[in-house]
Each structure stands twice: as C-alpha cells, then as structure tokens.
Design a binder for this molecule. Structure first.
Ligand code: GAR
Length: 197
C-alpha cells in the first residue's frame, strides 16, 4: 500500500521540494502534508504550489515549552495519518516523547558525515578541522540529537578555496540526490545504508 509521507521544514525547503517531486509514478509513497514552525517559511508556499497540504505552528508563543509546541505539531501530523515523517531542514530540537510517536518511522537529513559534527555549523566545523571531505547523512531519528541509525550518506571533496557557503552548496547538491533515494528505499522497507559519492 502506498505510504503517506509528512515533511517538516523551517526554511526554503529545497530538500522538501526534491522529496515531493520524487514521489510520483510507481514510487511507493506520496507526500500528504508539509508543516513548518515558521508560517513565513518559503518552502510552505512551494509545497502548496505543488498541491500538498500545508500547516504552520509558530514555536515562539510557546516560549521554550517544547512539549506544548510539539502537542500542536502532533495534532496536525496525526490528522494526516502519515506512515513516515521526514525532517528536511526542520530546525527545532524534538523531545523524546515526540520522537517516540514516530519510532523507526521518522527520518532526518543532516549536513555532515555523521557521527562527525552533530548539531549546527557543520560546514564551518569541517573546514576548521582541516577535513578533506564533507557530506550529508540521512538517518532515523532517535531521542539523542543527530544520532540514529544511518540510512544513507553522500560525500563531497573539500576544496582549498572553500568557505562554509561554497561547501554548503556542494553538499546541498548531494542532499537533493541522497534524501529522495533513501526515502524510496525506506518506503519499500529497505533500511540498509545507501552510500553515494
Ligand atoms: C539542509 O542543508 C539540511 O541538511 C539542513 O538544513 C538545510 C535545509 O535546507 N539541516 C540541518 O541543519 C538540520 N540540523 P532546505 O530548507 O533548502 O532543504
């Protein structure tokens, strides 16, 4: 049966667009909902233009009460009955209670070669460390930040002239290939890691 996919974003949503665009034809899943913690996220408009239902729950009025924020998120998500939830540039840390709701069914893309550089500023940290390669990882979400089982990774070289922006752009090209490829495999029940590049 076709899997229902909800996607959470915080900004431009370029990964979300690639995911939605990929879920056509004999793909085992369809995008049913795109949500954001920012009503002005550019990605929400793009999702609506692609015909996907959208919603926003602004985290700011909750003043750091993550459980209350997540309860609102959950209401919207559960109403859409997703089989899979994809975090795609969703920049709020989720607590254990939320993560447990989607145990083994929530994916995230992170712009580093995990387990390196969990958290923020991944590209600047890779440059600072003198790394010669960088990349992105799609993983299952578990309560520990950026820590769940790896479903796929793509690598890119770091060039001598790189700054965080040029490196981020090179990694993003790979994110756009990796995430749709991993989601399709995952929706078919294949959780073996996919390595690109
Ligand atoms: C992507 O590079 C994604 O890997 C990163 O945010 C960007 C979102 O871009 N995610 C994280 O840093 C999660 N901690 P997009 O909105 O254009 O997809």
């Amino acid at each position: 049966m076709t899997k229902r996919v909800a996607i959470l974003i915080s900004g431009g949503g370029s990964n979300m667009v690639k995911l939605v665009e990929s879920m056509v034809g004999d793909h085992p899943a369809r995008a049913v909902l795109v949500g954001s913690n920012d009503a002005n996220a550019a990605g929400l408009k793009k999702a609506a233009e692609m015909g996907v239902d959208t919603f926003a729950v602004d985290h700011r009025p909750f003043k750091g009460d993550r459980e209350a924020f997540q309860a609102e998120l959950l209401k919207h998500l559960k109403a859409a009955k997703p089989d899979i939830v994809c975090l795609a540039g969703f920049m709020r840390v989720l607590t254990e209670s939320f993560v447990r709701e989607w145990d083994g069914r929530m994916l995230n893309i992170h712009p580093s070669l995990l387990p390196k550089y969990k958290g923020l500023h991944t590209h600047a940290r890779a440059l600072e460390a003198g790394d010669t390669e960088a990349g992105c990882t799609v993983h299952l979400v578990t309560p520990a930040l950026d820590d769940g089982p790896i479903l796929g990774q793509a690598r890119v070289p770091i060039l001598p002239e790189d700054d965080a922006d040029t490196l981020a752009a090179r990694v993003l090209v790979q994110e756009h290939k990796l995430y749709p490829a991993v989601l399709e495999r995952f929706a078919r029940g294949d959780t073996s890691p996919l390595y690109l590049g």
